[in-house]
Design a protein around this ligand. Structure first.
Ligand code: FES
Length: 184
């Protein structure tokens, strides 16, 4: 017989009224009282445990830690011609030096927003979701992407460092805006 059904039988047996009211005279507690006491103790401990966990949860607020939108990416001399991937993981941008200067391409596919990958061997960005392809300037060349990838605001600080702001994006058509390129 299993332990549970044994316990149940004990409870039922103990619940049967006994002649003379066992346990009333300070003798050993009847089984039902022991079981009841254990249940109450378990309930109280359970409640205390749940409350303690809720108390601990208070110290871990549900906050989303999003990356900064304004950050520095080093100096112009850090970048050779082509695509630099070192800030993609942290800030979702590629810094690209082309014939005119430095731009920060925002790594978001203009089809449905996936993050494309830079494929140096093919000299293009390729989106893993539905196959859109972009050239090294971020201009769409294949797949369902409707337009080139956006460029983030980029500027040269008085310190000589380059600062990027991904909260300001330039769509194709606004790429001659001074904030979309650092001409160095
Ligand atoms: S999201 Fe990039 S091709 Fe669809």
């Amino acid at each position: 017989m299993s332990e549970k059904s044994g316990l149940l039988q004990n409870i039922l047996k103990a619940l049967k009224p006994k002649p003379g009211g066992a346990g009333a005279e300070g003798g050993p507690l009847p089984e039902v009282q022991l079981v009841r006491r254990r249940l109450v103790t378990a309930s109280v401990l359970g409640c205390l445990g749940v409350n303690f966990l809720m108390f601990l949860r208070f110290f871990f607020p549900r906050a989303l830690f999003e990356p900064k939108t304004i950050f520095n990416v080093g100096y112009p001399s850090d970048y050779g011609f082509g695509v630099d991937e070192k800030y993609k993981q942290a800030y979702r941008i590629w810094v690209v030096r082309n014939a005119e200067g430095l731009v920060a391409i925002y790594a978001r596919c203009t089809h449905l927003g996936c993050t494309p990958n830079w494929n140096a061997a093919e000299n293009k960005f390729k989106c893993p979701c539905h196959g859109s392809g972009y050239d090294s300037e971020g201009v769409n060349v294949e797949g369902p992407a409707p337009r080139p990838m956006d460029r983030a605001r980029i500027e040269l600080l008085p310190t000589g460092e380059i600062q990027v702001d991904t909260s300001v994006l330039y769509q194709f058509g606004n790429w001659d805006d001074p904030g979309s390129i650092v001409r160095v």
